[in-house]
Design a protein around this ligand. Structure first.
Ligand code: PFF
Length: 451
């Protein structure tokens, strides 16, 4: 299927670049901040098992489905579905809206990491020692009316200027160098964490499954976390794949990204949980978990200031490569569908997300009295996107690619026009057509209390 391209499009470099940009989007605060907090909230070991199953059986086929839609159409999320089937454009809108809502709270957490980086550098974080003190300074910080706001705005502007440099230059360069470094630092930190007194209890919590703790909501949360972490169900992988070259091996790319992303999440768990139990923090502390635990870990290390600065710097970069991908989904949509110049589209995205991000940031402090279904704006953006919008986007995407999309288009994308073998193509089709939609629907109905 051939389409005319109204807008000239960049392509990404070699094989490594496709993996790097997609991994740059996937690996982020979702792995290091969100994964430990939801795993801690949902009982640890059993959650980990369900999470990994979700990644392999739902996440991987869906990433391939999104790659297919993106590279077959060379368009933004809305234009891509529309080009392949005019009736399915609506699905792209869910993605663009999800990207906007996620950016709203993601920028806030990114801002927190930037603040922690600055405080590590100035040595401020080293003035405290107990977990209770770290909890106090974290609460003071996020409820402060202007400091987190300032960092949210700075982060949004940083994302904007990288986007303004263009897809290739901005995204590829940062991902190439710093991602491997993040990995190395996480390994070193996990070794340190494992050597802390009482770390065994944390390891047991994280690795020993207790399925009696599993409820319907555990399944939904694990699924939502898998989609959030892999950046799927939202159009990000569609947008990125629209820049991939015809020679890019989509299956290898998806497999590498999935493995990398899951390794980083598991490593983050190995860093966080032993320390959580060692210093006596509640594993179910929610979004603050990592921000209280990490300083406690650095505190016991020689040259704590250096470690803590390096780590938060890497976290800032990991967050940036993810905010860039979210921003890109909206920018390229506005550029191609609304015919705005790329510059104007990028500014419209940045300014609107700053407004939402500011509101989300203030909802942690001065506006915390305002609630939506008992949650402040920040928590409701986090909850609604990961637990409702991404799974709905994922469900519709697998229905579209599994049932509606021309089989030849799918096969051609998976095998690069028949030049690559795909031995388990049948399994892939079965997962996409039957297994994924069935599981997604069942988990939804279960959570609505139908069974
Ligand atoms: N996957 C990113 C993370 O784990 O931090 C967050 C994210 C980026 C979610 C892009 C969705 C997305 F489209």
């Amino acid at each position: 299927m051939k389409h005319t391209h109204p807008h000239p499009r960049a392509t990404l470099g070699g094989k490594l670049s496709a993996v790097l940009v997609a991994a740059g989007s996937s690996v982020g605060l979702g792995n290091i901040w969100r994964f430990p907090y939801v795993a801690g909230d949902n009982g640890g070991g059993a959650f980990l098992v369900i999470y990994i199953l979700c990644v392999l059986l739902l996440g991987l086929p869906l990433m391939l489905a999104e790659f297919t839609v993106g590279r077959a159409s060379h368009r933004n999320a809305v234009g891509a579905f529309r080009a392949l089937d005019p009736k399915w454009g609506l699905l792209g809108y869910i993605g663009v809206l999800s990207a906007f809502l996620i950016l709203g709270f993601y920028l806030v957490v990114s801002g927190w990491t930037a603040e922690y980086m600055v405080h590590s550098l100035t040595g401020d974080l080293a003035h405290y020692s107990t977990a209770a003190e770290y909890e106090q300074i974290f609460t003071n910080f996020i409820t402060n009316p202007w400091r987190p706001l300032l960092y949210t705005v700075i982060f949004a502007l940083a994302t904007h200027f990288i986007i303004a440099l263009g897809v290739q230059k901005g995204i590829e360069r940062s991902a190439k160098v710093l991602m491997p470094l993040l990995f190395v630092v996480l390994i070193l930190l996990s070794i340190h964490s494992l050597l802390m007194p009482g770390s065994g209890e944390g390891l047991r919590f994280f690795f020993q499954p207790d399925f009696s703790k599993v409820t319907p909501s555990t399944l939904l949360v694990a699924m939502g976390q898998a989609f959030f972490s892999l950046s799927i169900g939202i159009g990000t992988m569609i947008t990125y794949a629209s820049y991939f070259k015809p020679e890019t091996n989509l299956r290898h790319t998806a497999l590498n990204v999935t493995i990398l992303d899951t390794l980083v999440a598991v490593l983050a768990g190995v860093v966080i949980f032993p320390a959580v139990f060692s210093v006596g923090i509640e594993p179910s502390s929610g979004p603050s978990l990592v921000f209280i635990t990490l300083p406690s870990i650095f505190n016991g290390m020689p040259l704590s200031m250096v470690w803590s600065t390096i780590f938060f710097l890497l976290l800032v970069v990991a967050a940036l490569t993810s905010t860039i991908s979210l921003h890109e989904v909206i920018t390229v949509y506005l550029h191609e569908e609304w015919h705005m110049s790329r510059r104007a589209a990028a500014w419209a995205t940045t300014l609107s997300t700053i407004v939402l991000g500011a509101a989300a940031s203030l909802s942690m402090g001065v506006w915390s009295g305002w609630s939506i279904c008992g949650m402040n704006l920040f928590d409701s953006l986090d909850f609604v996107t990961a637990n409702i919008m991404l799974p709905v986007g994922a469900l519709l995407t697998c229905l579209f690619v599994g049932w509606r999309l021309d089989r030849e288009v799918l096969h051609a994308q998976m095998t690069n026009n028949g030049t690559l073998p795909f031995r388990i193509y049948r399994v892939f089709i079965l997962l996409l057509r039957y297994f994924c939609p069935a599981v997604l629907l069942l988990v939804f109905l279960d959570n609505l209390g139908v069974f």
